[in-house]
Design a protein around this ligand. Structure first.
Ligand code: CMC
Length: 385
């Protein structure tokens, strides 16, 4: 029998169409619904980009205020979610808290749909669920960090935009404009990236006609892994290990001799550089200047230039975003939950797209286990035949 043509990790396999975003490794570009992501990051609030990803168009002023109203109405940390998070041990990973929180929200929001066919919801219901979830996640991520620091949650502020409120919820003080701007850009850059592992997970779950929350919970599980979302926190562990720019060469000698993967570098699709990095690096530069931390920039540049020169592997978005989040004051453990809060927009856009033209995702496998064999002494019952 001919050997099946297996594409390990589905590398290079095109599984479906999407109109949500286009990743083009040849031109190093990323388009959200046609717009270059760097243009969106430079000009738009994350709420407008969410509207674009969900509906296909940037919002009018009226549409933006409608979306913002719903987002603001859902900013509070709900008691059911807080109670569930409080049950989780403090030394569990915060991604476990976020995953659990979304599960609780899902049970709350789809209550009464005991016939599984009803939980799927209409396109309008799913758009509304997406906006509400987007609105609810910052309080969860912020509380997770505050709880770890022994702090009480802070009341959401409905006079602040999404990014500024997120920082307020986390730190309990208003952030400077330059920080809000860098954070807003990072949220936009993280919002969507076509058929990455977590988005594909969400689409697989959606394809069974399961509900939006179940798909997001599965996506969070996929994002937790260090080969995907977990890389941004792994970058900070590397920075901590290296310490300062002078140590890069000996550290890299050892790491490469041990065949370690250097987190924050490499990408399945981009082989000549991640299209999002220049925008996030520029945001990091503004934070380096704001917090007066040239040492961070020196370490960043030294590791990048030496690793690229030695391996020809370029940084991905997690490389500049890790140190940026660190400078803003987020705990390293909060980095991947921040990715969730941003990527929930892309996930839900894909969930709605999958629902609109669904086909059950069910690939084949090639069996390479033992040949057929039988239980010793077993005599088939032929009486019923
Ligand atoms: N450090 C050291 N070597 C690497 C790295 C790296 N970061 N990335 C790739 N390589 C090497 C790898 O060892 C392999 O070498 P060889 O051919 O000698 O065995 C070669 O490059 C091909 O790597 P691969 O892992 O087979 O390629 P891939 O397309 O499957 O990998 C990747 C993509 C992201 C899994 C990988 O580059 C990696 O593990 N990077 C570190 C983790 C990371 O930063 N992940 C974030 C990805 S971007 C954000 C997101 O989408 O979530």
């Amino acid at each position: 029998m001919a050997e099946p043509d297996i594409k390990k990790g589905l590398a290079g396999v095109v599984v479906d169409y999407t109109a949500v975003s286009k990743v083009n490794p040849d031109t190093n570009s990323l388009l959200y619904r046609g717009y270059p992501v760097q243009e969106l990051a430079a000009t738009q609030p994350v709420e407008a980009v969410a509207h674009l990803l969900w509906t296909g168009e940037l919002p009018s002023e009226d549409q933006l205020s409608t979306l913002r109203r719903t987002e603001r109405e859902n900013r509070a940390l709900q008691p059911d979610v807080k109670a569930a998070i409080d049950l989780i041990p403090l030394d569990a990973h915060p991604m476990d808290e976020v995953r659990t929180a979304v599960s609780v929200i899902g049970a709350r929001e789809t209550r009464g749909t005991l016939n599984v066919m009803d939980a799927v919801g209409t396109p309008q219901e799913n758009l509304e669920r997406s906006i509400r979830l987007f609105g609810e996640l910052p309080a969860i991520v912020a509380y997770s960090q505050r709880r770890r620091r022994g702090l009480e949650p802070v009341e959401a502020r409905d006079d602040l935009d999404y990014a500024a409120n997120f920082l307020w919820l986390t730190f309990g003080e208003e952030a400077d404009e330059v920080v809000v701007d860098a954070f807003n850009r990072s949220m936009i850059l993280y919002a969507e990236h076509s058929f990455n592992a977590s988005t594909f997970t969400a689409r697989v779950i959606t394809s069974t006609l399961s509900d939006l929350y179940s798909a997001v919970v599965g996506a969070i599980g996929a994002l937790k892994g260090p080969l995907h979302g977990g890389a941004n926190e792994a970058v900070l562990h590397i920075f901590d290990e290296i310490g300062s720019a002078e140590n890069v060469t000996p550290w890299l000698d050892t790491a490469l001799a041990e065949k370690r993967k250097i987190m924050g570098f490499g990408h399945r699709v981009y082989k000549r550089g991640d299209s999002r990095v220049p925008t996030m690096k520029a945001a990091l530069d503004t934070l380096v200047a704001h917090y007066d931390r040239p040492d961070v920039a020196a370490l960043y540049d030294a590791l990048e230039s030496e690793f690229v020169a030695r391996k020809g592997i370029y940084p991905n978005l997690d490389y500049p975003s890790g140190p940026a989040y660190n400078l803003i004051g987020f705990d390293t453990l909060t980095f991947t939950p921040l990715f969730v809060a941003a990527r929930v927009v892309g996930w839900t856009a894909h969930i709605m797209e999958q629902q609109a033209s669904n086909a059950l995702i069910r690939p084949l496998s090639a069996y390479n286990g033992p040949d057929e064999r039988h239980i010793e002494g077993y005599v088939p019952d032929t009486s019923a035949i």
